[in-house]
Design a binder for this molecule. Structure first.
Ligand code: FMN
Length: 479
């Protein structure tokens, strides 16, 4: 792995002056998270380790993914290069020879990513005795939050039928020394495993990891299809196998380098109000019923470090994570929807709420075809507004996008809504929790078969020879 564990990542950041230690006492009630927020807002963006947190003997690490440089350190490469490599693995060459060598390459690579499973965590860890969640420096991030929340956990479950493992990042609300609110949204892998177990009316084993190497943390956020193991995905990115330890009271495995592990269960017959929580959207997510996690056993490093994050109005580190996900998965998205040239899940729109896509348009109705394909593709199902532009528009240049949106649409013809669709659980504007509508904006040039009977005007371009000659004469003109 690029980093053996959380502490070796922190040490390297410290050596590179990308981390600052705060030794003065800090309050986990709002103060700590506001400091993390301010560090990002003023543009310093360093990782911060708080060594003296009021009410706890455990240090807190925050802003782990504060900028693109750190994201690349964690991933070992630019996300798009990793995406291209993932694509190479799934593409099938046409001639027999290269098919065989490709098969061998795939066999070697995929064979080398399966996690290594050990019987236990080893001597670095101790049994923390009777669970006491109140001893951890769990923060309240925003003033009207319903309480304290664990914000950077890896939640591990298994599909009771297939046995496939899922690792997702779902916040956990602290209720008391042994219970947490489990905020896995209905569309996510953990919730799907829970629903399967509900059919059996049996509790579902859950393990929660607080602090592990940053690549495993990233993998928990990655929108992998259910059934694809996040720890194997981390192995695929790092080309190194993740070491896992077997749970002691749960039929689950978790990283051997975990700082703190909570073992427990959710009972399908039980739910409780979770929230409100100051969320990625910049609003407090409303209270809703969610399952309850009962913690039965805790293991931890002898001197554990607790990781945290704050989400909220722009800009927080979830923006870096989201952009890394977008760039990494773009090659795979383009493989499935080949007319796509580029895509921008916009951070100002909380990623899902507005997605700009450029396409190489060849036939009428193609923009709509792309929209519906995206609405059916993994977590892109949450995209509330999709804007499709032609490939002369740079989707990352807001000015170009607004220009295309305002000059290439006839609202009556090119803007439409779809009723009765999936919505993101965090979309408070939808009339019903998890259910609402979508908007498509086709900002591509139109032809006759799309009802445009006039002549589409050309955009202006200066001839290259004029551009070149002016460039050469620039200083001679006294400019
Ligand atoms: C900081 C952070 C907090 C998140 N909190 C939640 C959450 O509380 N509930 C949730 O369903 N998804 C949350 N997510 C998004 C999921 O982690 C993400 O959708 C992931 O792909 C889910 O994995 P899964 O498909 O295996 O369930 C969060 C993401 C980040 C970066």
């Amino acid at each position: 792995m690029p980093f053996q564990d959380l502490r070796s990542y922190l040490n390297e950041l410290r050596e590179k002056s990308m981390l600052v230690d705060v030794n003065a006492q800090v309050d986990p009630d709002l103060e700590l998270t506001h400091i993390l927020s301010e560090e990002l807002r003023i543009g310093k963006k360093r990782t911060i380790v708080f060594n003296d947190v009021k009410g706890s003997s455990i240090p807190v690490a925050g802003n782990l993914f504060g900028d693109w440089e750190r994201m690349k350190m964690v991933l070992g490469d630019e996300p798009i290069n990793i995406g291209n490599h993932l694509l190479e693995l799934v593409q099938v060459p046409s001639d027999t020879d290269s098919m065989m060598s490709k098969g061998l390459k795939m066999f070697r690579e995929l064979g080398g990513i399966r996690p290594k499973v050990h019987n236990d965590l080893g001597s670095d860890h101790v049994d923390a005795g009777k669970p006491d969640l109140l001893q951890y420096p769990i923060c309240r991030t925003w003033p009207k939050d319903g309480g304290k929340y664990i914000t950077l956990p890896l939640v591990i479950t298994k599909d009771p039928v297939s046995g496939n493992r899922n690792v997702g990042m779902y916040r956990l609300q602290l209720y008391d020394s042994e219970t947490l609110g489990m905020h896995w949204q209905i569309h996510k892998g953990g919730a799907e495993n829970y629903d399967r177990q509900k059919e059996r009316s049996k509790p579902l084993d859950v393990a929660v990891v607080l602090g592990t190497d940053p690549l495993n943390i990233f993998s928990a956020v990655a929108p992998l299809p259910n059934g694809l193991d996040e720890f194997s995905f981390a192995g695929l990115i790092s080309r190194d196998r993740v070491d896992l330890a077997k749970g002691s009271t749960v039929n689950l495995e978790y990283p051997s380098n975990s700082e703190i592990v909570l073992e427990g269960y959710v009972d399908p017959s039980e739910s409780r109000i979770e929230g409100p929580f100051g969320d990625h959207t910049g609003y407090y997510s409303l209270e809703e019923e969610f399952p309850v996690l009962h913690v039965k056993k805790v293991f931890q490093r002898k001197k554990p470090i607790y990781p945290t994050t704050i989400v909220g109005k722009l800009w927080h580190e979830d923006v870096i994570l989201g952009k890394a996900v977008e760039r990494m998965f773009l090659p795979i998205i383009k493989f499935q929807i080949p007319e796509i040239v580029d895509l921008n899940t916009m951070e100002e729109a909380v990623f899902h709420n507005m997605v700009i896509v450029s396409i190489r348009k060849r036939y009428p109705g193609q923009a709509k075809k792309v929209m519906f394909a995206l609405w059916g593709l993994g977590q892109l199902m949450f995209s509330k507004i999709i804007v499709v532009v032609d490939d002369d528009i740079d989707v990352h240049d807001r000015k170009q996008v607004i220009w295309a949106m305002s000059t290439r649409i006839d609202p009556d013809r090119d803007v439409f809504t779809v009723k009765g669709t999936v919505t993101d659980s965090l979309d408070h504007a939808s009339p019903i929790f998890n259910y609402g509508s979508k908007m498509g904006i086709d900002a591509t040039r139109k032809g006759a078969s799309e009802g445009y009977m006039r002549r589409w005007p050309e955009t202006m371009q200066m001839p290259p020879e004029v551009v070149e000659s002016v460039k050469k004469r620039w200083s001679a003109l006294g400019l």
